[in-house]
Design a protein around this ligand. Structure first.
Ligand SMILES: Nc1ncnc2c1ncn2[C@@H]1O[C@H](COP(=O)(O)OP(=O)(O)OP(=O)(O)O)[C@@H](O)[C@H]1O
Length: 286
């Protein structure tokens, strides 16, 4: 078996001046190439888990590994660690630091000590990839929240991380920006980046993820292939609600559902519906 990309082994973490730990004996591993949705109720610790994974916070207990190498919070290793793992915060305001869009994307690249020509080339490529060319010289405080999210993601991706952690990226996005985000994610994943998204958007998770992790009481209680998790969804994770397409699929007759894979897109579900109608029409004929 291959070495996991990222591994948490019995990790514990408590914020100073709070009585109970947020994470306790938290263990999981991520394989390269996965598209992971991290689910959990408000306050279950998803953002905290991301801060620990990105080495912005220091764990109290347990170990964190990158391809088998233990995280030790020493300057040289931290620098390398933070290059490999890109984190886009839930609130883009926390992430954006410079005056304009172009300056903000360049900021992270300058911190990598790259040659000027390479910084410029990566900046131009990133502006194009994220459809930000027209906004390049726009002051950040003139942008909408959705645009700020796009700039924050672009800034992280310009650094070419191996693992991308996105905290609630679909919040406040309109239909068009959501489509654009999905398109960017497909492209990023296709280029070889492993992606983990913390989200309350079950419909998004259902359509996008190939792996599901669920955080409950400071522990990852579910970590499995999405098709397995959704097949057992209501009994496995009752507290999170049910994705719309899955809910509709559960209204199909059991004999039909037993024989077929879960439809993960509206198109796949409508095709199932059409096929079921045809089946009933056939069986009704004298
Ligand atoms: N700086 C902090 N100091 C003390 N407690 C904190 C701090 N940040 C978060 N917490 C607490 O840690 C717990 C986990 O918070 P966290 O933001 O990681 O959860 P989450 O799953 O990302 O929540 P949400 O889905 O609402 O974004 C919460 O109880 C929160 O109140």
């Amino acid at each position: 078996m291959s070495v996991p990309l990222l591994e948490f082994h019995q990790v514990g973490f408590r914020y100073p001046n709070t009585p109970t730990p947020v994470l306790q004996n938290c263990s999981f591993s991520l394989e390269a190439g996965q598209k992971v949705a991290l689910l959990g109720l408000n306050g279950s610790g998803k953002s905290t888990l991301f801060y620990l994974a990105a080495a912005l916070y220091r764990r109290d207990r347990g170990e964190i590994y990158w391809q088998g190498q233990r995280l030790i919070h020493q300057p040289n290793q931290l620098r390398q660690w933070r290059q490999r793992i890109g984190l886009a915060f839930q609130d883009p305001e926390q992430q954006l630091v410079a005056g304009t869009v172009a300056e903000d994307i360049s900021y992270g690249l300058c911190n990598l000590d790259l040659p000027t020509a390479e910084i410029e080339a990566r900046l131009q490529q990133t502006l194009q990839d994220f459809d930000l060319v027209d906004l390049a010289d726009r002051p950040l405080h003139h942008l909408s929240l959705g645009q700020k999210r796009r700039v924050a993601l672009a800034g992280v991706m310009a650094l070419a991380p191996t693992l991308l952690l996105l905290d609630e990226p679909t919040t406040y996005l309109d239909y068009q920006q959501r489509q654009q985000l999905q398109h960017s994610l497909e492209k990023i994943h296709h280029q070889g980046t492993t992606i983990v998204i913390a989200t309350h958007d079950l419909d998004f998770a259902y359509g996008w993820a190939d792996w599901i992790m669920v955080l409950v009481n400071g522990q990852v209680t579910v970590s499995d292939r999405a098709c397995h998790v959704f097949a057992q969804w209501p009994t496995l994770v009752p507290q999170l609600g049910t994705p719309t397409l899955l809910h509709l699929w559960q209204q199909f007759p059991p004999f039909w559902r037993r024989q077929r894979p879960l439809p993960r897109t509206p198109l796949a579900l409508s095709q199932e519906l059409a096929a079921l109608f045809q089946e009933f029409q056939r069986s009704d004929r004298p």
